[in-house]
Every structure is written in C-alpha cells, then in structure tokens.
Design a protein around this ligand. Structure first.
Ligand code: NDP
Length: 256
C-alpha cells in the first residue's frame, strides 16, 4: 500500500541519473520527501525539479520536500559532514537507498589500473558502508528505518572482464546479508535489490564514454528500464512494517 510512504523521508544516493533518479521521482510521486545525493550538481537539480513536478501532479498534500546534496559517497569526510548539508526538516530519514555505484572498464585482471580498482571499491563498497553506518545509527536511535542496497546479478555470478565490479557486488551482498541478520528482531528492515540488465548510463560509464560499445550490450534484447527497478524499490519500501523484502533478483525476459 503506497499510502505507507506518505510524508516519509527517503535518502537516495546516485540520484542524478538512471535507477536513482527514477527512484527519487517515484518516491516523490508517492508523497514522500526525498534527499537526492550525487556528485553532479546540475544533473541533481534536473532530477530534483522533476521530483517537484511529479509531486505536484500527484495532487498529494504529504511529502513534496526535496533537497539536492552534492556529495561523493566515496569521500569519508563528505559523508561524515552529510547532516550539515541536509535541511533540518529532512533530517529524520526513514529509508536509505544505497544506489550509487558503477563499473569502469572490461579489462582482464592483469591489465586493470589501480585507480579503477580503488575507485570501484571506494564507491560501491566503502561508500555504501559509510552511508549505511551513518543511517543505521539514526535508525537504531529512533527504532525504525529501512536500508535498501543495490546489489546486482554480478553479486551472485562473476563474469570475465568484470572481476573488480563483481567483487564489489559480492561484497555488497555479503555486507547486506550480515546487516539483515544483525538487525533481526528490530523494526529496522534491510533489503537487497539485485537487478539484471538495466539500460541506463551504466554501460556508457563501463565503456568509458564509448556510446556505440555501450549500446551494443542491449542489441537484440529488451533490457529493464530504470523505472522497472524504481518500482521494485518503492514497492519494497511500501510493505507493511512486519514484512521485510530481504532480496529480489529481477531480469529482463531475455536474460537468465
Ligand atoms: P548510472 O550510471 O545511470 O547511475 C549511477 C549513479 O550513481 C549516478 O547518479 C552517479 O551520479 C552516481 N554515482 C556514481 N558514483 C558516485 C559517488 N562516488 N558518489 C555519489 N554518487 C555517485 O547507473 P545505474 O542507474 O544503472 O546504476 C545504479 C546502481 O544499480 C549501481 O549501484 C549499479 O551497480 C546497479 N546496477 C545496475 C545495473 C544495470 O544494468 N544498469 C544492473 C545491476 C545493478 P554522479 O556521476 O552525479 O555522481
């Protein structure tokens, strides 16, 4: 029941594009307040404006408060200073969506640059952990909350040319599973969303801006859209408080 989202406050990382942007907009449409976090301020502003429009169209009274926070989740100092940037009336966060993440390159193990290895771990794993720590402290203090982490099929099945990315997503899987077990018997919920192929900027980043190579990934199949995954995330957040969607694996029909 989407009415459970009315007036709730959701923090979405990686909200400037792809799955994060679609998720922020869908929460806005459902009457939630949204804190949008990412590195690109201009792209964040565009998504935040779309949230305002989506909330207006919904005609709902609840929600409608949005904050665009320029922040790199891989920078521990920036994460530690997050609350200095969040407006007072949005500090009581109910749901954290740890979505920021990327894969850079398709090189085999001996050829991967240190900076790429460190960068992927810094965002996909350490950034996700830092954000989770920050919010779990808050959720424990108020005895409610929901952590929703974006894993991937790559967190279950490794693939050639994806050693570092799959290692990061396996780490997300292990971390999220441990957190779930740590918080059992508390009102704090923990969810891992594991998408298959979703068409976003993800592949453009993977191929370092080569849009032709990126488009080739989706040739001859119908990938998921960012909106498909946003619906799943919002659905998980809108379950009754006693229901915890622990893990979901969603593929396009062309993938197995
Ligand atoms: P996009 O590349 O379209 O979006 C990634 C988002 O993450 C952008 O908003 C980017 O914004 C943000 N981001 C990246 N690094 C950081 C950082 N250090 N700090 C803050 N924000 C950051 O990709 P998707 O929407 O497809 O991916 C979202 C999540 O879904 C990722 O975790 C990805 O691994 C996962 N996923 C994606 C799949 C797919 O096929 N697309 C499949 C399975 C999982 P900015 O550059 O402004 O910081």
């Amino acid at each position: 029941n989407a009415s459970r989202l009315l007036g709730k406050t959701v923090l979405v990382t990686g909200a400037s594009g792809g799955i994060g942007a679609a998720t922020a907009i869908l929460f806005a449409k459902g009457g939630a307040n949204v804190i949008l976090v990412a590195r690109r301020a201009d792209a964040l502003k565009t998504v935040s404006d779309a949230c305002v429009a989506a909330h207006k169209d919904s005609g709902l009274q609840q929600g409608g408060k949005f904050a665009a926070i320029q922040l790199d989740v891989s920078d521990k100092a920036q994460v530690a200073a997050l609350w200095d940037k969040v407006p007072q009336d949005l500090q009581d966060v109910d749901v954290l969506v740890n979505n920021a993440g990327y894969v850079l390159g398709v090189e085999h193990v001996g050829d991967i640059a240190d900076a790429d290895i460190e960068g992927m771990f810094a965002t996909n794993v350490f950034g996700l952990i830092s954000m989770t720590q920050l919010l779990v402290r808050k959720f424990k203090a108020k005895q409610s909350g929901h952590v929703i982490n974006l894993g991937s099929i790559a967190g279950i099945e490794p693939y050639a040319g994806g050693s570092i990315y799959t290692a990061t997503k396996h780490a997300v899987n292990a971390f999220t599973g441990s957190l779930l077990r740590e918080l059992v018997n508390t009102p704090i919920r923990v969810t891992e969303i594991q998408p298959g192929m979703v068409e976003t900027e993800f592949s453009v980043v993977r191929y370092r801006g080569d849009t032709k190579a990126a488009a080739k990934v989706y040739e001859g199949l119908q990938p998921l859209t960012a909106g498909d995954i946003a619906e799943e995330i919002v659905w998980a957040a809108a379950r009754p408080p006693h229901v915890n969607i622990a893990q979901t694996l969603v593929f396009p029909v062309n993938q197995a």
